[in-house]
Design a protein. Structure first.
Length: 160
């Protein structure tokens, strides 16, 4: 069974987001071993300077890089990433498993994104949309798409 890791900056705060994530995590147990790793965000001032933001991203990035399993296919969730259809993501996940890679890691940054070091470590950069979403909602959306990808590859009826 393939391991899917989701490394996130920050914890979920809202109950409805926690509940949605819990539902998809439960559904995913049939397809993969899912591991969610939360990294504490660097606290910034109310109006942070560009230097403060860059330092925070680097600090968070170091914590993220430490948590990536060896031999993992890494997807950085970032605005400059490439968008995929659900079917294409399903194909990619299936190919990764067929190629013998046992770990897939998705990385969701904080509200200011991801450091260049994390983006450079990634094998793929993935964007969910040209629209902007709260990074906490991104976790729910990503879990749903991972579940949808497994449903597509198994011939399930979820994807219509």
């Amino acid at each position: 069974m393939i391991n899917v890791n989701i490394i996130c900056v920050g914890k979920l705060k809202e109950k409805y987001l926690k509940d949605a994530c819990a539902e998809y995590i439960k559904r995913l147990t049939a397809f993969c071993k899912l591991n969610t790793i939360e990294i504490s965000p660097v606290l910034l001032s109310d109006n942070p300077s560009k230097a403060e933001i860059e330092n925070a991203l680097k600090s968070e990035g170091l914590k993220i890089l430490e948590k990536i399993p060896n031999n993992s296919m890494v997807y950085a969730m970032c605005i400059e990433g490439k968008q995929r259809t659900s079917a294409k993501l399903s194909e990619e996940i299936s190919k990764i498993a067929i190629d013998g890679v046992s770990n897939i890691t998705f990385i969701i940054g904080g509200s200011f994104g991801l450091s260049d070091e994390v983006k450079n470590r990634s094998n793929q950069k993935l964007s969910m949309s040209d629209m902007t979403f709260p990074h906490q909602l991104a976790r729910v959306m990503l879990l749903e798409q991972i579940y949808r990808a497994f449903q597509i590859s198994s011939g399930g009826k979820y994807h219509k």
